[in-house]
Design a protein. Structure first.
Length: 315
């Protein structure tokens, strides 16, 4: 199979039929073998019924329905797990991503040898204050901390080699950082393509300031995991050594001062250096324990799905 199109969605009943017909037209005109995987992330409208009807009309349509809303990352994870195509395309269900971009994205993966190609919505039709400015700030911070030189990390329109989606763990709200996760996994040939962005035709955006804040918190998490995720002792052990040595140094100073220099008869517990030494040595020990616990967790962790599937179609 040439292409798997993975489409996470939440309450997009009005756009699904139009999006399906558009994708099918592009696939047929380019003679691609394909599958369309819709992941219904706990919609409360008739999205699942629309997907069921599309499956009846076209057996290339497949569906996954979550028991409740678990988030876009979990939806992508479920879709990636089922995808069979040599190239996996992701796009949003709101018709803001154009299926006409699929052939060129496919060629960049197959012919140009990219592991991942990310779309760049150079000209946007979103609200400047609500989305454009926060997005620019977010992308700037992501470039500086990750070293991945993309203009639009959060663009839903991306293309991947099948091997990439099978080996990158997407969870929490990490979908916007899949290029960074891919780089950390060893898939370093990452490209970018300017793609057409269209104004939302139906419904309303799911973007809010909470997603903007969560995005930056996730960016810090990604930075930490990429630097110390495999060996947490390298961070916590180093901090533990520094803190413990500071405390130990103050302890030696207090001992020497008490034995040889103290002419006033002050008790050690009456001196502020005593509490500095005690606190830093305790904190240093706690950092060491945190590092050991992190190493133990890494060696004993078990993978567990972070979502519950209610229904599946055509799998």
């Amino acid at each position: 199979m040439n292409i798997s199109v993975v489409i996470p969605l939440l309450n997009e009943q009005d756009s699904l039929k139009e999006l399906h017909d558009w994708i099918a037209k592009v696939m047929q005109s380019n003679h691609f073998s394909y599958e369309i995987i819709f992941i219904d992330d706990g919609s409360t409208d008739n999205s699942w019924q629309v997907i069921s009807d599309l499956n009846t009309q076209n057996d290339t349509v497949k569906g996954i329905r979550f028991l409740k809303n678990f988030g876009k990352s979990q939806a992508l994870h479920a879709g990636f797990k089922k995808a069979q195509g040599d190239v996996v395309i992701t796009m949003d269900a709101d018709l803001q991503d154009s299926p006409d971009e699929i052939p060129e994205l496919y060629n960049m993966i197959v012919n140009d040898g990219y592991d991942l190609v990310s779309g760049w919505k150079k000209k946007r039709y979103d609200s400047i204050i609500a989305k454009n400015l926060p997005s620019k700030l977010f992308n700037w911070a992501a470039r500086r901390t990750s070293g991945v030189k993309l203009h639009d990390f959060n663009c839903g329109l991306k293309a991947y080699k099948n091997l990439v989606v099978k080996n990158v763990d997407v969870h929490g709200e990490m979908h916007r950082y899949i290029p960074v996760l891919s780089k950390n996994a060893g898939f370093t040939k990452i490209g970018e393509k300017v793609v057409q962005h269209q104004a939302r035709k139906y419904g309303e955006t799911k973007f809010g300031m909470n997603r903007f804040i969560h995005g930056f918190l996730d960016l810090i998490t990604i930075w930490f995991i990429s630097r110390f995720g495999r060996q947490p002792m390298h961070l916590f052990g180093a901090l533990g050594v520094i803190m413990f040595m500071i405390g130990f140094g103050f302890s030696i100073y207090l001992g020497i001062d008490k034995l040889y220099l103290n002419t006033t008869g002050r008790l050690i517990t009456e001196r502020p250096q005593f509490y500095i030494a005690l606190s830093t040595m305790i904190i240093g020990t706690q950092f060491f324990v945190a590092g050991f616990l992190g190493e133990i967790i890494l060696r004993t962790k078990r993978n567990k799905e972070r979502y519950l599937i209610k229904d599946e179609l055509n799998f």
